[in-house]
Design a protein around this ligand. Sequence first.
Ligand code: LLP
Length: 424
Amino acid sequence: MTTPDSHPFIPAETARNLAKKFGTPIYVYDEKTLRNNAAECLAFPSAFGLTVRFAIKACPTAAVLKLFDSLGLHFDASSIHEVRRAMHAGIAPEKISLSTQELPREFADEISAGIKFNACSLDQIERFGKEFPGARLGVRFNPGIGSGANGKTNVGGPDSSFGIWHEHAGAVRELLRRYGLTLERIHTHIGSGSDPAVWQRAAISSLAMVRVFPDVDTLDFGGGYKVARVAGEKTTDLQKCGAPIRDAIVALAQETGRKLKFEIEPGTYLVANAGAILTRVQDVVDTGVGGRNFIKLDTGMTEILRPSLYGAQHPIFIEPSLIRSNTPPRKVVDYVIVGHCCESGDLVSCAPGAPETLATRAFPQVEIGDLCVIGGAGAYCSAMSAKNYNSFPEAAEVMLTTDSAFRLIRRRQTLDQIIQNEIS
Ligand code: LLP
């Protein structure tokens, strides 16, 4: 795979300035792209009201949450800890909705503070009902179908534990009756990197569920909208994807008089291509004639786990001109790109969907010290990494602001912070 020379918001000059100021590796987010992505999501086709919830799990850094808050986004939390973190960042509890695989023993304070709750199992409805009889809640259903970029990100259908199986609607009704609860929202999320056609089928099946639950006034269709990070991948057209659902909601209103509001919960779409990792080539080695040429970066699964976990593809830009702008053109070499962990699984240039299979990327001969940018790293990178493996400190995070300033939004972790909870 060959790649263009320059990352869209970290051209050579910016990369050099950032590295000088903050060192490497760092995460870099682009405010302009974040704002544009938010505007696109807020324009999702809707009939009777739309709430866009940012899936906090994709990038929970306070500066990102605050920016989205200021743009009118609401939030989807997938654990009570995410709820607390968002509230700590100043997000109003009424703007947060919790759909969680693990409802901890203590959840009442956050509910009393005003967060919305989607029960994700029959037991969660029961526990919520005991604590808040007569209250209003949402329920996450597994609509019976799922779709994800890979098996690990598909969260619908019979092989998935997420949400209440759609055929258990009767048991849900019985629990609602027992505790005097009102079901006001139906939630589905079928996977990340979903096929838009499957997403639409799941959305239509949520609409059918609405007929079974007369108090439902809101549908939450979750996230999962695909984003192209590298050539050959396809970004979901939100307008095309949402239009048939809007039409179905209008048709339901004409037939029944019920004007349903709806919500979407994009994570990836809002942040994936608004973030990158600035890193440095810290070694170049080879395995002899007929062997491999390896680039070792000063990052890896400690900052970007997605290749090792899913075989995910991220664009990689190496900018040797930063170091030796006057040197003659270099010959192009096929490199395997690896991370800095003592783990052969720390492979950045894996084959698509195959974390263990080495793939190569072609670059003009690379040298130690060259700067490198890994794109598409705004979603599930800083948020989801093999943090502190080999005791590498958590990387710093920087925002490129719309007035072209570099704003440090998270400091690099120190050794003291890594070990602060140890007792020896
Ligand atoms: N809503 C719910 C209930 C979710 O579980 C998720 C993601 C989202 C919304 C946001 O989905 P998105 O729009 O980002 O696809 N770590 C993976 C993706 C798995 C996320 C799980 N849930 C990745 O690196 O792509």
